[in-house]
Write a protein that binds this ligand. Structure first.
Ligand code: B1M
Length: 214
């Protein structure tokens, strides 16, 4: 079976929200030698976005969206377990990451955390729905070189701006680089709110972080 066929079967399993089928198709793809990260980025994530489209079109409802989210979280965990092992590489700096206030989406944030950690950053993950005050408090406490703000809702994107504004008011904005991301976030938005970097996916987050740290 070709790479594209393997990925299509995975996407279909996610769209059907079928845990058994997803397990089987992922195992088949791994056996065929596909890279786990490719399966995440070009398989399960693509399927989940299509589930999101079905939700927006009212073809499916919130319970199915929740179920699809859980299914994919588990699949991503399984696929990325290899990355979690401690690697003996020089540490590049501390990366504080949070999903902003009002937003509970965490699959993408977790993926970014994982890949950043595997790429040599000390990652401190504050979780989801994190208030601006809590983020700023942690920055004062930990003094990280990088801050990552994830937002999946157009209604929570302004919280990214609020964090940056609060950092300016607290006089600590210049002490760190801010990277923003999440499905509705764009390079233009990043520029508008005064972020230092924008990343479309987890691998680009590492490239952005490395660029900002040099
Ligand atoms: Co929600 N949801 N959801 N949802 N959900 C979206 C985002 C939506 C686009 C679906 C849709 O309607 N088409 C829509 C937002 C519309 C908008 O604002 N424009 C939406 C909505 C409306 C909602 C609710 C309001 C639904 C409701 O209750 N009526 C509600 C809000 C809850 C809240 O947060 N307050 C809600 C709830 C949920 C669930 C809890 C059911 C579940 C989340 C489960 C979880 O995260 N544990 C869920 C899901 C699964 C989705 C979709 C289908 C998938 C998101 C996802 O995990 N993608 C999503 C559809 C979509 O995004 N098109 C949708 C996979 C993940 C790997 O990709 O998160 O994009 P992503 O992360 C990528 C990049 O964006 C980037 O790298 C990641 C890896 O490649 N990235 C960063 C992310 N963060 C980054 C940070 C960085 C750099 C890169 O630097 C710091």
């Amino acid at each position: 079976m070709s790479t594209n066929e393997n990925l299509s079967r995975i996407i279909e399993a996610v769209i059907k929200i079928d845990a058994g089928l997803l397990d089987t198709t992922i195992d088949d793809a791994l056996q065929a030698g596909l890279d786990p990260l490719m399966i995440v980025n070009e398989g399960v994530t693509v399927g989940l976005r299509q589930v999101g489209d079905l939700f927006a079109e009212e073809e499916i409802y919130l319970p199915e969206l929740v179920q699809a989210g859980r299914l994919v979280s588990k699949a991503v965990e399984k696929l990325t377990s290899a990355f979690s092992e401690e690697k003996a590489i020089a540490k590049k700096g501390t990366f504080l990451i949070a999903t902003v206030k009002g937003d509970v989406h965490d699959i993408g944030k977790n993926l970014v955390s994982l890949i950043m950690a595997a790429s040599g950053y000390d990652v401190v993950d504050l979780g989801t729905d994190v208030s601006t005050d809590d983020i700023v408090e942690k920055i004062t406490e930990l003094n990280p070189q990088l801050l990552g703000l994830s937002s999946l809702l157009s209604t929570t994107m302004p919280a990214q701006r609020e964090v940056i504004q609060t950092l300016i008011e607290a006089g600590v904005r210049d002490q760190l680089h801010v990277i923003v991301g999440g499905a509705p976030v764009t390079q233009a938005w990043a520029q508008e709110i005064g972020a230092d970097g924008y990343a479309e996916n987890a691998s680009q987050a590492v490239l952005e972080a490395d660029r900002l740290m040099t």
